[in-house]
Design a protein around this ligand. Structure first.
Ligand SMILES: Nc1ncnc2c1ncn2[C@@H]1O[C@H](COP(=O)(O)OP(=O)(O)OP(=O)(O)O)[C@@H](O)[C@H]1O
Length: 356
């Protein structure tokens, strides 16, 4: 299934006015409906890369194509209507109600009141904040997490095919962050929006990204591949340094229990321990096996969709599952070292445009 390319960066370079080269010869393609997570250490050029896509920053050289069209020749205002943008501190207009904030772009497009109101209600519903309670509130009357959700609703107002998110969950406490991430995932699946997500958090990237692009200083692409492939087969020591310790436990959260990992059901000790579901994350399976009483002989029952026992799983089975997942990820194209990109000739850096 060859997915269509929605955004393409072709040998993109950005040198700021003071000579800082934030991004050097970066080429990558973002596929329709995917979440591409851009990760890497602080200052490696993630935000610069993101902001070049909607022309908040102009590339010094190279091309950025949106649906095959060069963004540098597209009117920035028209461009930003096709690209939603969510940043860490949201940037809601403080003197406007939630409703008016979400209606910003529909207003620019001249939507009538009825259509706008219906869309605002629909979006508030989507992000789990009912219009009856929230539409008339001002940003200072919201919690940080609620503001963040309004930011997402505003960015989605005109159903843009592309959404750029820069550390969207960065300002939220860790527990609520998980909740917002899960909500984002649900919304993204529902809308099918193509997303580039900037984060410095490998866990967030692994959880939310269909693919991860690992950048290092100067916007150098070290690897672009599925989260499992990046964790199991880092393309360089720099990727390994970044994914760091805990790659195996992260992989447990990404891979799932498959029929091939099971043994027969006949050796399950009675009374049978609580079962694990076929397709469950290996993390859950691991916890279930680790929590078994000694009498269970290290074996949990596994049930299929109908609830029937389809086999049993042991710690060895989980290890096998992990290996199988890592091997499958090793066959992906992004596993080889990312090719070194050609250097481009520096040009003068043009000025930045103000944020919308
Ligand atoms: N307007 C600017 N003028 C000069 N240098 C800049 C400008 N904006 C960013 N830089 C520099 O470009 C490099 C990349 O910055 P960028 O913000 O893109 O990185 P980042 O990976 O998003 O970092 P972080 O995770 O810390 O936000 C850094 O060295 C930064 O100091």
């Amino acid at each position: 299934m060859a997915a269509r390319t929605v955004i393409e960066l072709d040998s993109v370079r950005k040198a700021y006015g003071d000579g800082t080269v934030a991004v050097e010869g970066l080429s990558l393609a973002v596929r329709e409906h995917e979440v591409l997570a851009l990760v890497g250490p602080s200052g490696c050029g993630k935000s610069t890369t993101l902001r070049m896509v909607n022309r908040l920053v102009e590339p010094t050289s190279g091309r950025i194509l949106l649906d095959g069209e060069d963004v540098t020749t597209t009117d920035p205002v028209a461009l930003r209507r096709r690209i939603g943008y969510v940043i860490q501190n949201v940037g809601l207009f403080p003197h406007r109600t939630v409703e008016a904030n979400i209606a910003t772009v529909p207003g620019l497009l001249g939507w009538d009141r009825r259509r706008t109101r219906a869309r605002v209600a629909e979006l508030l519903d989507l992000v789990g904040l009912p219009a009856a309670t929230y539409a008339k509130r001002y940003p200072h009357e919201l919690s940080g997490g609620e503001r963040q959700r309004i930011g997402v609703a505003r960015a989605l107002a005109t159903d843009p095919p592309v959404l750029l998110m820069d550390e969207p969950f960065g300002a939220v406490d860790p527990e609520f962050r998980r909740h917002l991430q899960a909500e984002f995932q649900r919304i993204q699946r529902e809308t099918g929006t193509t997303v580039i997500l900037v984060t410095h958090d490998i866990d967030e990237a692994a959880r939310l990204g269909d693919r991860i692009a690992v950048l290092t200083r100067g916007g150098k692409l070290e690897q672009i591949a599925s989260p499992l492939a990046v964790l199991a087969h880092p393309a360089s020591d720099r990727v390994r340094d970044f994914t760091g310790e805990g790659a195996a436990s992260r992989m447990l959260a990404l891979a799932s229990v498959q029929t091939a990992d099971l043994e027969g059901a006949e050796r399950i000790v009675q009374p049978a321990p609580a079962p694990v579901r076929l397709g469950a994350r290996l993390t859950d399976a691991f916890e279930a096996v680790a929590a078994l009483p000694g009498s269970a002989m290290g074996r949990v029952p596994v049930v299929g969709e109908s609830g029937d026992v389809v086999g049993s799983l042991t710690a060895d089975g989980i290890l096998g599952a992990l290996r199988r997942a890592a091997d499958a990820a090793g066959a992906e194209p992004g596993v080889q070292d990312a090719a070194d990109r050609a250097d481009d000739v520096p040009e003068d850096a043009p000025g930045r445009e103000p944020a919308v």
